[in-house]
Design a protein around this ligand. Structure first.
Ligand code: WT7
Length: 650
């Protein structure tokens, strides 16, 4: 392994776009020139070209009350109409929108006409349940077409969806229902994962039971056919409700700044933040980036983004961007290795997928399996590969291009966040010379600076903090119910620039390299987790006195959660075996938050390293967890403490 890593560090190859690719590329140099000449004019042009407005806008950006931006705000549009009806009206009703592939092997292809019809019925079903424009609807579903239909049905009637990833616990779901005051939940009996049906409805029942908000209705999709408890008067069958609903629904325009969705993501405190996105600007930038970064030719491409709709990648690059662009895409319910390790390549062969968008953690797990698994399938339909979620190490980049891509097709590494709504930094295929490991350049119309701690831009080569210096169309409009936290988290550090929370470096060519989070946010398999949230979950366990959590680098998942826990002396008789105690605590976190938050390791210790003012020095714990020599301990209250902890961790 070490040898390969050394090799990757020396990776200095650059990959020119092939003349054939460049000749057919959607993006061209003019995008950069136009955006540089007139940034707002450029975005206004994109909004007019890519979207259909029921009332055209006359003003592009209102930034009179920063950091609260309004884009295209005197215009009106219907987001679902833009993703559906207009394609049907343009004669593309027979084009497949979704090739759905269930984990057990069931599949169904849904055309734009069919998807439009389903969304109309679902919209009417929600209206029948009393859902009004501006109401919040929680969606807790597996990766099935109904998830897409439910989101678009909300958008169609101006309701605000809050999708909660199906892997989250009832407690996580409950806190999200309460924070958004969602009165309707859309769920399923269950879904399929790793060859088994997993239940969802019981989790919803539990969450609603514990919630402060009164949930009026629960729409239940029948996916696994398993028996579920039914609350009369509250629970409604999705299929029955849709069958009874009116088939016609005329989409009405909403203001460009009408809220589209809330999506919760981890921050530096214990409570997830409800990131709020609105309509016109969000759809403009997701459509623009989806078309240009993925070189989309909707008439011939089959696109597959492997993200779950529970994450922002699923919102922007499974639902809104691709459907606004009239793309044909694959929607896969399950895990990459079920029922066999070649499942993804089998799907690519079956649907002749031409564009694949996935995460480095998946690529690294395929690398571990070896290239033979891929070789059993014909994946030569692929012509473009994308990466997202965490830095892609050059070694994985090269493997992706060679083994999956056959050695000649572009790989684009895309940097963005839940908050940015859409891709912000990426090469444009056909234009940019590709550089493995670097996200490279801001997309046209986006202004990025790398700054030092005081906010002074670093000119030329050098490292610092990543900031966004101008408002962008798909930017978050705030944190749901907490405008102060919005200002504090992103805008207070540098006043007029958006602080992303990532470290970054610019190289001698001006290309940007992402260096990971600089705050207490971890990135495990491309998913964001907060140290504070996991710590508070650990101390909620009756055995725990104190806990400290760090993200330690991990070959497979990028980072892994490592916890250090001091047990309560009063509970000592409960804990007979340290190994069992640590397992119990790992399980506890998985139950409280969700399986993705389960610590890789929980070390039971007697002390935590603290400064004289009592602040835990997580940096030293990270050194320990990563097996490095312990850094500077001079600011510790007791400088010998790390020695003691190291002994206990052995
Ligand atoms: C954080 C955002 C954007 C969708 C998935 C994650 C990290 C994301 C990259 C990349 C290096 C990346 C950053 C960012 N990140 N993409 N291409 N290279 N780092 O969305 O959960 O909001 O997390 O993911 O640290 O801040 P998210």
């Amino acid at each position: 392994m070490t040898v390969q890593i050394d090799h990757a560090l020396e990776e200095i190859r650059r990959f020119r776009p092939s003349p054939e690719f460049a000749a057919q590329a959607v993006a061209d140099e003019h995008l950069y020139e136009d955006a540089a000449a007139d940034r707002l004019g450029f975005w206004a042009d994109q909004a007019r070209e890519l979207l259909t407005w029921s009332t055209p806008f006359t003003q592009t950006l209102d930034w009179s009350n920063p950091p609260f931006a309004k884009w295209f705000h005197d215009g009106e549009l219907n987001v679902a109409y833009n993703c559906l009806d207009r394609h049907v009206e343009a004669g593309l009703g027979d084009r497949v929108a979704l090739h759905f592939e269930g984990e057990p092997g069931d599949s169904r292809s849904i055309t734009y006409a069919e998807l439009t019809a389903e969304v109309k019925r679902a919209a009417n079903a929600l209206l029948t349940l009393g859902v009004q424009s501006g109401d919040r609807v929680a969606i807790y579903l597996p990766m099935i077409p109904e998830a897409v239909i439910a989101m678009l049905a909300c958008a169609r009637i101006g309701a605000v969806h809050s999708v909660v990833f199906g892997g989250f616990s009832s407690k996580s779901l409950q806190s999200r229902i309460d924070d958004a005051q969602a009165e309707v939940v859309i769920t399923a009996d269950g879904g399929y994962r790793k060859g088994k049906a997993f239940p969802l409805k019981p989790t919803v029942d539990e969450a609603i039971e514990a919630a402060e908000t009164t949930v009026r209705s629960v729409l239940v999709v029948n996916r696994t056919g398993d028996d579920v408890a039914w609350v009369d008067g509250r629970d409604v069958s999705w299929s029955e409700q849709l069958a009874a609903a009116d088939a016609e629904h005329e989409a009405q325009g909403f203001n460009a700044e009408h809220p589209l969705f809330i999506l919760y993501t981890s921050g530096t405190t214990g409570n997830p933040k409800g990131i709020l996105h609105t309509s016109g600007g969000y759809l403009t930038q997701t459509a623009f980036t989806h078309k240009n970064v993925f070189d989309l030719h909707p008439e011939r491409d089959v696109y597959w983004c492997t993200a779950d709709v529970g994450w922002i990648t699923g919102h922007s690059y499974v639902v809104y961007g691709p459907l606004a662009n009239g793309a044909t895409q694959v929607l896969y319910e399950g895990t990459p290795d079920t029922p066999h390790p070649g499942r993804w390549w089998e799907i690519i062969e079956k649907y002749r997928v031409s564009i694949l968008y996935t995460a480095p953690t998946a690529i690294r797990s395929f690398m571990k399996q070896g290239r033979d698994v891929v070789r059993d399938y014909n994946v030569r339909s692929l012509r473009l590969l994308g990466s997202v979620g965490e830095p892609i190490n050059p070694e994985a980049w090269i493997w992706y291009r060679h083994v999956i891509g056959g050695g000649s097709i572009p790989v684009v590494d895309t940097w963005w966040q839940t908050e940015t709504g859409a891709i912000m930094i990426s090469a444009l295929p056909g234009i940019t010379d590709l550089k493995p490991g670097s996200a490279q350049v801001p997309v046209p119309g986006i202004s990025i600076d790398i700054v030092d701690d005081e906010g002074t831009p670093i000119e030329g080569e050098g490292g610092g903090l990543l900031t966004i210096t101008e408002p962008w169309p798909s930017m978050l409009r705030g944190i749901w119910g907490d405008p102060e936290r919005f200002k504090e988290t992103y805008w207070e550090k540098f006043g007029d620039k958006y602080f992303a929370g990532d470290g970054a470096r610019r190289d001698e060519d001006g290309d940007i390299w992402l260096l990971g989070r600089v705050d207490d946010v971890m990135n495990v398999s491309g998913h964001r987790l907060s140290t504070a949230e996991i710590e508070s979950s650990l101390v909620a366990h009756p055995w725990t006195a104190e806990a400290a959590v760090v993200g330690a680098s991990d070959e497979a998942t990028g980072q892994a959660v490592v916890a250090f826990v001091i047990l309560k002396a009063s509970q000592a008789d409960q804990v007979t075996d340290i190994g069992a105690a640590s397992d119990e605590l790992r399980k506890h976190v998985a139950q409280q938050i969700g399986a993705i938050a389960r610590p890789r390791q929980v070390f039971i210790v007697n002390e935590l390293p603290k400064t004289r003012s009592g602040k835990i020095m997580r940096r030293l714990l990270r050194d320990l967890a990563e097996g490095r020599e312990i850094g500077d301990t001079t600011t510790l209250a007791d400088t010998s403490i790390m020695q003691v902890i190291s002994e206990q961790v052995k």
